[in-house]
Structure formats: structure tokens, C-alpha cells
Design a protein around this ligand. Structure first.
Ligand code: S3P
Length: 429
């Protein structure tokens, strides 16, 4: 039985919250270790349950996995033994693993929890099948079965801007015969391309020639930067609570992941980052944020993929902004760990915010004084953390149900809250 958290309004947050290592990069570097014989050492590996599920699958496929605090060492040669692989709540584990396994010898069934079992899997099965893969979904969902087969390169224009689909195809392409070309309607996060030294060419086509992209020449070991999607909640909290000032250290500021920082800074929020350095192929910086007023913002359909995981907390921020914010292109929010658009609108309405949603858009009138409420999270980590932020400046206490779900991406979130806001967070069984 998961606990609830009671959050009273708080006075100010100061200091430097600890961030988990970036989840997307942790998954990718760990999964790619399946394809190499060299030891891979990952420092500051993401400590959430999603990445733990990836490590579990990697161990089942025959690698030795040694975890010492936040350092993970992956060694030995994967035997890819057939069987069931439990991806738990993690869409990234599921879809990237499908790409890696498609060309290997063996037969696997990928399973997951109730939430992952409802998420669409044909989006990854379709391009893999056209490469020659034997991938079967269960009415478009999990369980997913894969029987390894020789693959060939394809030219594929994806109908969705999804880094998971793109990565699955690129990972399969590494073991295919011939060149694969991939294009997406809007740019999604590009960590797989960065690790593999690929860049989009003319008209956004990414080209992977397995004869040129040789994994054995690549260094997969790395120190993983702080997760900007985890930082987003602390940044929002500092903006909203008077007297707050936070410094977030070593944050990933990859342009496809820093759209949140740029959007808020353009809306007048006091957020600074400078002195970007490239660490293991990704730009990293400290980020400073202070309590400040900010204007409403407009998120066009084209902006949504780069803000995907930050949309729940942006909706909370919009409720406090000056003016009316509009969000478009939110269709993908309906097929995340939960129907996030539904839970955001319900939660904000419960707290007294004025919102209007369609199937894929959301309008929020800012300047609301919110009141404490009982918030339904559906077990979705980003919904729980977004409403924890809203609760900090609401009138009266809020209760976040199913609060342990934050462990999917940031198991220390409530402890950090307790450290930065003494006596403000109570966990109830
Ligand atoms: C991720 C891609 C995004 C994102 C998810 C992580 C990744 O999902 O929402 O949290 O690591 O590739 P989609 O690929 O479904 O858009």
C-alpha cells in the first residue's frame, strides 16, 4: 500500500537539491552495453525504479551488473538467453529493448505493470517489422513477443515524434544489413544519436550505416549529468514560493531538453545558466533560479515534444502566471504512464484553477489563488511531483495520494523536500 503525503503551504526553499542522473541517458548507455564486450562504467546512474528495471533486464540477458551507490559497472558478454523480461513501468526499457533484441538469436516476451500494459506498442513494432523483425503485440499492447531474425535497413518516416521509437529503430539498425534512414515530424530528444555520433542530415534524415557506426570503437562509460526533467520540479517550486533561491548543479542542458528553461526565462522567470561544458557528449551547466513573477506562455504544437515530460509542471506554473496560457499538441500526454492531460485538468480543478481542455489542448487562466486539495496521481510520478509543487503555495494542506510513485524517477524527492523545507512534508501510511 503506497503512502500519501500531506503538504502544507511553505515559506521558502533555499539550497541545492540533489538530482538523480538523467534517466534517458542512463537507460541508453546501459542498454547499449548489451552490444559490447568491454566493461561499461556509469557514474551518477539514475537511481529511479525505471532504470533499475533496465538493469534487471540486462542482468537477465547475461551481463554482470554491479551497483555501488550511484556507480554501475556492466561487464561480461550478454548471452541473450530467451525468456520473459519485466519492464515494470518503463516505456523506455520496453521500446529500446525491443530494438536491441529484434536481430538477436532467441525468443523473448516483454511484460510490464498495469500502466505499461496499456501503452501503445505498435508504434515500435511497425518499423521493426518492416526491417524484417518478428515482433507481435497483444492488440497493440504488452505482452510483446520477439523472435530474433536477420534485419535489413529501411527508410522510415515516423508519424510520431518519439525518442523511444527513434531509438528502437536506430538500435535495431546497428545489427541490420545495409543503411537505415529515419525521419521524425518534430525533433525528439537526441541522446541515442549523440552516443552513436549520428547527426540529422538534409531535411532531418538520420542515416545509420552499421559498417560505419561500430559500437566497439565507442566509449559507453560516462558520468551521467543531472536530469533536467527532475530539476524542473525544483525550479518550479523556487519560482512560486516567495523568498526562494536554488542552485541546481550539473544539469543536462541539451537543447532538446532545455526548452523548459528557455520558455520560463522568456516569460520573465529569473533563471540563469551559463558556462555550459560538454561532458561525455552532452552539454551540462549549473542552473540558478529565484522566486519571481512570470507571464503566461504559449506552447505551440511544434514545441510540445521538447517539453514533453515538463508539461505537467508547466500546467501548474500556468495556474500562477500572469495571463492566459495555451498548450497545443498534447495528444502524447494521453498515452504516458497515465492519461496525464486528464489528471492535470482534474487536479487543477480540485485546487480551484480555471482550465479548459480538448482532446489535445489545454487553456489555463493564471493568477489563481489555489486551495489545498486531495490529489489523485494515478501512480504517475510526474503528476505527483507537479502537484506537490502546486501544494507549496496553496491555501491549506494538500494530500498527494500514492506518493511513493515518485520512486520511478526520483526516489529521494520527498526526502529532499523534507531537507529543503523542514517540517513541511509528512508521509502517512
Ligand atoms: C524518453 C522519451 C519520451 C519521454 C520519456 C523518455 C526516452 O517518450 O516522455 O520520459 O528516454 O526516450 P516518447 O518517446 O514516448 O515520446
Amino acid at each position: 500500500m503506497s503512502r500519501a503525503v500531506i503538504i502544507p503551504p511553505c515559506r521558502s526553499l533555499c539550497g541545492s537539491p540533489r538530482l538523480p542522473g538523467d534517466k534517458s541517458i542512463s537507460h541508453r548507455r546501459a542498454l547499449l552495453s548489451l552490444c559490447v564486450a568491454d566493461d561499461v562504467v556509469l557514474e551518477n546512474f539514475a537511481d529511479g525504479e525505471d532504470c533499475a528495471a533496465t538493469l534487471e533486464c540486462i542482468a537477465r540477458l547475461g551481463k554482470r551488473v554491479l551497483r555501488e551507490e550511484n556507480r554501475v559497472t556492466l561487464s561480461g558478454v550478454a548471452g541473450f538467453s530467451s525468456g520473459e523480461l519485466d519492464c515494470e513501468n518503463s516505456g523506455t526499457t520496453a521500446r529500446l529493448l525491443a530494438g536491441i533484441l529484434a536481430a538477436r538469436d532467441g525468443h523473448w516476451t516483454l511484460t510490464g505493470d498495469a500502466s505499461l500494459s496499456q501503452r501503445p506498442m505498435e508504434r515500435v513494432a511497425v518499423p521493426l517489422r518492416s526491417m524484417g523483425a518478428d515482433v507481435a503485440t497483444t492488440d497493440g499492447h504488452f505482452p510483446l513477443t520477439i523472435t530474433g531474425r536477420p534485419l535489413h535497413g529501411i527508410e522510415y518516416e515516423s508519424p510520431v515524434a518519439s525518442a523511444q521509437v527513434k531509438s528502437a529503430v536506430l538500435l535495431a539498425a546497428l545489427a541490420a544489413e545495409g543503411v537505415t534512414r529515419y525521419r521524425e515530424p518534430l525533433r525528439s530528444r537526441d541522446h541515442t544519436e549523440r552516443i552513436l555520433n549520428l547527426a540529422p542530415g538534409s531535411h532531418g534524415w538520420i542515416s545509420l550505416d552499421p559498417k560505419r557506426t561500430r559500437l566497439n570503437g565507442l566509449t559507453l562509460s560516462a558520468s551521467i549529468p543531472g536530469d533536467p526533467s527532475a530539476a524542473a520540479f525544483w525550479i518550479a517550486a523556487a519560482l512560486l514560493v516567495p523568498g526562494s533561491r536554488l542552485t541546481l548543479r550539473n544539469v543536462l542542458v541539451n537543447p532538446v531538453r532545455a526548452a523548459y528553461l528557455r520558455l520560463l526565462r522568456e516569460a520573465g522567470a529569473r533563471i540563469e545558466w551559463s558556462g555550459e561544458e560538454i561532458h561525455d557528449g552532452e552539454p551540462v551547466s549549473d542552473v540558478r533560479v529565484e522566486h519571481s513573477a512570470f507571464r503566461a506562455f504559449q506552447i505551440a504544437e511544434n514545441d510540445a515534444p521538447a517539453l514533453l515530460d515538463e508539461l505537467p509542471v508547466l500546467a501548474v506554473l500556468a495556474a500562477f502566471a500572469e495571463g492566459v496560457s495555451n498548450f497545443y499538441g498534447l495528444g502524447e500526454l494521453r498515452v504516458k504512464e497515465t492519461d496525464r492531460l486528464a489528471l492535470i485538468t482534474r487536479g487543477l480543478a480540485r485546487m480551484g484553477a480555471r482550465t479548459a481542455a480538448t482532446n489535445d489542448s489545454l487553456t489555463i487562466r493564471g493568477g489563481n489563488v489555489l486551495h489545498g486539495a486531495e490529489i489523485e496521481t494515478g501512480g504517475d510520478h510526474r503528476i505527483a511531483m507537479a502537484f506537490a509543487v502546486a501544494a507549496l503555495t496553496a491555501n491549506g494542506n494538500s494530500v498527494i495520494e500514492n506518493a511513493d510513485c515518485v520512486g520511478v524517477s526520483d526516489p529521494e524527492f520527498w526526502n529532499e523536500g523534507g531537507r529543503l523545507l523542514p517540517d513541511s512534508v509528512t508521509l502517512e501510511s
